[in-house]
Design a protein around this ligand. Sequence first.
Ligand SMILES: Cc1cc2nc3c(=O)[nH]c(=O)nc-3n(C[C@H](O)[C@H](O)[C@H](O)COP(=O)(O)O)c2cc1C
Length: 265
Amino acid sequence: MACSKLRLICFSPTRTTRRILDAVAEGIGAEDLTVCDVTKDEGIAVDLNCTKDDLVIIGSPVYAGRLPAIVLDRLKSLKGDGVPVVTVVVYGNRAYEDALLELTDLAEAAGFKPVGAAAFIGEHSYSTKVTPVAMGRPDAVDIEKAKSFGKELAANFVSNTLPIGTKLKVPGNAPYKERVHREVVTPFSQEDCELCGACERVCPTGAITVGSDVITDSDNCILCCACVKVCTYDSRKMEVPRILEISKWLATNCVERREPEIFVS
Ligand SMILES: Cc1cc2nc3c(=O)[nH]c(=O)nc-3n(C[C@H](O)[C@H](O)[C@H](O)COP(=O)(O)O)c2cc1C
């Protein structure tokens, strides 16, 4: 039997995770596809209205080798009810460490049955023209790999060989690595800012207010850089000393291209 209903659930401020999930979904080719994008806090339906013959894919970026804390919050009311799930993390070509395990554990604890998992690469949130890190990824090759992962999942569905009942093994360690303290910095808007409001609209936490100038609430900013990437005037920058230091380190040490990894048992 083919997968009839597919539900995508994702958090993706700079859209790389979302692009990977869309490509996996395209590969699966389900008749009924619903996307629950929790990037902007629109809440998640507690009842996904799925059965054990359907499939859910959950995607998140990697922040400091873990899931962003906000993802745990946005997904806290998720209920799996035995529905098969595929977990996907997207990271910026450094490392995903415990994030895939954390997401898979989260899904299992919510009652899903993990049947597949993957780690893909997306342009690093801190990547700039001067300090490029995985610039332009996911690229065409990544998207093709995501589609073939989807096709593989669909084929397993048809042949009824989804590994339900076997414990899916994914890399990572528990207890997970300690969360690092968030830097108390935020991106800023330069004087040439047109006050168009795009940064305010895209911010996942409502940390930006655009009026006669741009105010950024550092308590709510999660440093996702969605505001920087969306700014068509190139006015919004994350060029504060501590982040510049990290960007330079990444651009020097994370040059070698990492490839997507796929796990099905
Ligand atoms: C606060 C923060 C921490 C990050 N930590 C990591 C990390 O530990 N390893 C890594 O390779 N990339 C890391 N990244 C990069 C993101 O995982 C990567 O850019 C991802 O593609 C962003 O996903 P999105 O486009 O769905 O928002 C980090 C990004 C941010 C903003």
